[in-house]
Ligand binder design. Sequence first.
Ligand SMILES: Cc1cc2nc3c(=O)[nH]c(=O)nc-3n(C[C@H](O)[C@H](O)[C@H](O)COP(=O)(O)O)c2cc1C
Length: 328
Amino acid sequence: MKLPPLKIGNLIAPIPLIQGGMSVRVSTSALAAPVASCGGIGVIGGSGIDVRELRDDIRRAKEKSSGVIAVNIMYAMKNFYELVVGSIEAGVDFVITGAGFSRDIFKIGKSYNIPIAMIVSSPTLAKLAERLGAAAIIVEGKEAGGHLGTDQSLRSIFPPIRKVIKKIPLIAAGGITDGYEMAEMMDTYGADGVQIASRFVLSEECDVDDAFKQAYLRAQKDDIVLTSSPVGMPGRALKTPFIDKLAQGFDLKSKVCRYQCLKKCDKHYCINERLRASRDGNIEEGLFFSGENTFKMKKILPVAEIFRQFISQAESVYKEKRTPVSAS
Ligand SMILES: Cc1cc2nc3c(=O)[nH]c(=O)nc-3n(C[C@H](O)[C@H](O)[C@H](O)COP(=O)(O)O)c2cc1C
């Protein structure tokens, strides 16, 4: 059966698939534009860069695609509001936020008539976001890459949130690698769509250094680990020399804070430098965020082919949204 479109506020994505935002500079317009052109929602990672760079990249994405272009900005960023307003003024269609909770962002969304989605891992935050005016909620389980708000699986946290969120779209994120899992989340769990990130690192269009993609392709199950972040949340990443040194307690502090990017930074390393190093393919020094199931993906494909496979797999099993599995 054909997958339904994803309607968020007055936006319509023909395919209910959001490409997860990835910072620093992992999901840029180079990836977001083809995703949007394939009918999904293309998301630019807007954290850790300055507002001018983000605005230029949003304009590039909007020039290349007439589909839905969103931005993902972490509340933990010092220039959060500047990035949000700058993105909207540059023409972004939709703003996604997480890693902390902003009440004011909903007022900004309302004043510009731009839908806002919040990434959460609990029913309490989901309900609060809906009450404050969220246009969609993204439920992210511990399988996700990057910073994590829970140690519980997507399939255990989704049902209690589905039970309380009835009026706005609920999106499932974390560890989804193919269209069968996409259909499972929509059909069995009652998700209105899915958010997928790691699969898109392994696309031809993602413009990280090839060494980043090769590290993903080499990863075995045990090479994807939990680590610490100066943001104060755990993070999921590839086990690289930098992660080993962190675990062994080496002093990895930077001498100077070049980016001044986080509201609160415990400074045990500079996350901005480490993420930029990963984007540049520096296996020794970089922090390579990765979802738990990256080891299952063995091919770099064009974005259009990833969409073709997801849609044909999902539609071969998708029936329709049934009564979701109940919260225990
Ligand atoms: C390299 C990388 C960077 C990420 N950066 C961010 C980010 O800046 N903000 C955010 O909210 N989520 C971030 N995430 C999480 C994704 O947007 C997404 O929700 C999650 O990874 C989904 O799980 P999957 O990768 O298994 O599909 C990142 C994930 C990866 C793999």
